[in-house]
Design a protein. Structure first.
Lengths: 472, 171
């Protein structure tokens, strides 16, 4: 037995003072938790503004107070807005927007460090560990460095269209957070077209990325942009189909209602629809440009793809948006498939938004894990995977789930049995579909010899090529 | 249309829609024209939102601003003739005539039809319920046949596109 693992030596090395401090800290931690549990159980908190399990209560009381204040004194603003409660709407809108902005900003600063450390650990190195404690200030240092850098504009670039994209890609990155349900009453915009809104917002970034690649006047940037656009419009279909499957099963396109459905039936949708989760997750990694599917910025092929020519904070914005979108996808996966803020009754005790944040962090860890583990697809493989596999499978899954949803509406009475049957059937379908595809239709170069790639000469409109020829 | 906020919103969105639609044929660069068209689509979506038609607004953003615009970009990038600029349009005059006639027709309709108008109290009574549910119900109920025909048409178009571009000997 080695010295480090010897229990006797280990105890000897621990100073009695340290041991005592540890015991006291542990006892204090336990006492604090017991006190909180006693407070929760006693019911003294229920429905008060300082009930931190439901932040919505505080906002609600603030609104009521503001309504009282403004109701009996109509001012000129009141006349303009034709509503006696304008102040409460304004204040809650600002509160929500500030909350989202500060969350996204804070998360971007911390998660860059988390991602780099985790990938470092996966690749058997240390990752950033010099700036600040454990390297925690590395993202801040990076941001300061990026802001100081000069913004270069390539010769022949389309100036307006070169400056717009870093800002334009940020807008969907923030808008995505609007319908995310954090807790029972904590949703910024609880719209009943929530899922459709998400798909619509997700499709907006495509054009900004294309603008970035096209305006750079660079072959690699244009290639990266074309790859991104092709990939995004292909993977939008399985993404939308998988979201539609969830909507068909739960009978609502409102995100809070979908979480509520999982909470009422005490089941996570991932158990019922594993294939849908697979489709959704794979398609969203393609939309995110993350590693199994990051051909749009494949460093070994096309430098950095669409943002090759961007320097300084403009590059930083693209980088930050990519990371923020990954967190947003984690949040959507947690809300749609992993039960959102519900945790089989635990949400009565623990603040629901903490449960949700934990699930988001877990899904984000899986994304980082995939990035550190998997190699990159080739372009044609990726497109073929979307069109020949994911879309037919998502359609089949949608049909099966539609039948199940119709049956479920009839047999609502014995919910547990019916849902269990569905879970079994869908799990079986998933195993058969994935295994069958890998076995019979998978990538087999010995069966189909590779075609020799040919250069297409008929491609018009590549203005970047023409310009480059003329500027020389 | 009583409150000032919605009137400001309407005029701002209408200005955005019409202004960027005008940009589409004023701008010389074809890709700039595509982007102006997207801006116009977004303005349309905003106008739908002021009418409480949330489903249509989202569908407008998803289909027109998201998908059709990318299709246009592909068309511009991949067709040889599209590398010309926006200046030498073939059908400028017929297009102007048809567009003008269409605008006149719409204007006549808007003025001539006796639109039902709801005021303060009546408007507050009519709570605008889910449009998504109403749209879904009418799609599978009253307009099921039209829905099926449209989907069959789209399928034919998809297969036709594949058949057109398929090369002989490709796997």
């Amino acid at each position: 037995m080695s010295a480090a693992l010897d229990p006797i030596r280990l105890r000897a090395r621990l100073a009695p003072r340290t041991l005592a401090r540890g015991v006291i800290a542990f006892a204090a931690f336990v006492a604090l938790n017991v006190a909180i549990a006693a407070l929760v159980v006693s019911g003294a908190l229920d429905g008060e503004w300082y009930d931190f399990r439901d932040l919505g209560l505080g906002v609600q009381q603030l609104r009521e107070w503001l309504d009282e204040q403004t109701a009996d004194q109509p001012g000129w603003l009141t006349d303009i807005l034709r509503s006696t409660t304008w102040l409460s709407y304004l204040v809650t809108a600002l509160l929500g927007a500030t909350g989202i902005l500060s969350f996204v900003g804070g998360v971007l600063l911390v998660l860059i460090w988390v991602e780099r450390r985790l990938i470092g650990r996966i690749q058997v190195r240390r990752g950033p560990n010099r700036v600040g404690p454990f390297g925690l200030l590395q993202p801040v240092a990076d941001a300061i460095k990026l802001i100081q850098k000069e913004t270069l504009i390539p010769v022949g670039a389309d100036r307006v269209m070169f400056f717009l994209p870093p800002v334009l890609v940020f807008i969907p990155g923030l808008l995505v957070w609007a319908p995310v349900p954090w807790a029972p009453h904590m949703t910024y915009v609880d719209t009943n077209v929530g899922v459709l809104y998400l798909v619509a917002i997700g499709s907006l970034a495509t054009l900004a990325i294309f603008m970035a690649g096209w305006s750079s006047n660079n072959h690699y940037a244009l290639l990266g942009a074309m790859r991104t656009v092709a990939m995004m419009i292909s993977y939008e279909i399985p993404l939308a189909l998988s979201l539609l499957t969830v909507v068909v099963l739960t009978g609502s396109a409102q995100l809070s209602a979908i979480v509520e459905w999982q909470s009422v039936h005490n089941v996570w949708i991932v158990v019922l629809l594993p294939l849908t989760l697979f489709t959704f997750f794979f398609a969203s990694t393609a939309e995110l440009n993350r590693t199994p599917n990051d051909i749009a910025e494949a460093e070994s092929e096309i430098v950095a793809g669409f943002h090759t020519e961007y320097s300084g904070m403009k590059f930083g914005l693209f980088y930050a948006v990519e990371l923020g979108n990954a967190v947003a996808v984690s949040a959507l996966t947690a809300a749609l498939f992993l039960g959102g803020w519900s945790m089989f009754g635990l949400q009565e005790w623990v603040p629901a938004y903490l449960l949700f944040a934990t699930k988001v962090a877990a899904v984000y860890f899986v994304l980082v894990w995939l990035r550190g583990t998997l190699p990159r697809f080739r372009l044609d493989q990726l497109m073929a995977f979307a069109w020949k596999y994911l879309i037919p499978l998502a359609l089949l899954n949608l049909g099966v789930v539609a039948i199940e949803a119709a049956l479920f509406r009839r047999w609502e009475g014995e919910g547990v049995v019916v849902l269990g049957g569905f879970a079994l059937a869908n799990g079986l379908l998933t195993v058969v579909a994935v295994r069958g595809w890998a076995r019979f239709l998978g990538y087999a170069p010995e069966r189909e010899p590779l075609l020799r790639p040919t250069l297409t000469t008929g491609v018009g409109g590549l203005r970047a090529v023409d310009r480059m020829r003329t500027t020389r | 249309m009583e409150s000032t906020g919605i009137i400001i919103g309407f005029w701002a969105l209408a200005g955005l829609t019409v202004g960027s639609a005008a940009l589409v044929f004023v701008v010389r660069n074809l890709l700039h024209a595509v982007l102006a068209l997207v801006l116009s689509f977004m303005g349309m979506a905003g106008l739908f939102l002021t009418l409480s038609a949330d489903f249509i607004a989202m569908a407008q953003v998803l289909i027109y601003a998201g998908a059709i615009s990318v299709l246009l970009v592909f068309a511009v990038m991949l067709t040889p003739l599209a590398s010309r600029d926006n200046g030498n349009s073939l059908f400028a005059l017929p297009g102007l005539a048809i567009g003008g006639a269409f605008a006149l027709l719409l204007m006549f309709l808007a003025v001539d039809v006796d639109w039902p108008e709801l005021r303060d109290a009546a408007l507050a009574d009519r709570a605008f319920a889910d449009t998504i549910e109403a749209v879904g119900r009418s799609l599978v109920d009253r307009y099921a046949f039209a829905f099926q025909v449209a989907s069959a048409l789209l399928l034919v178009a998809l297969i036709g596109a594949i058949a057109l571009v398929r090369e002989d000997g490709a796997p």
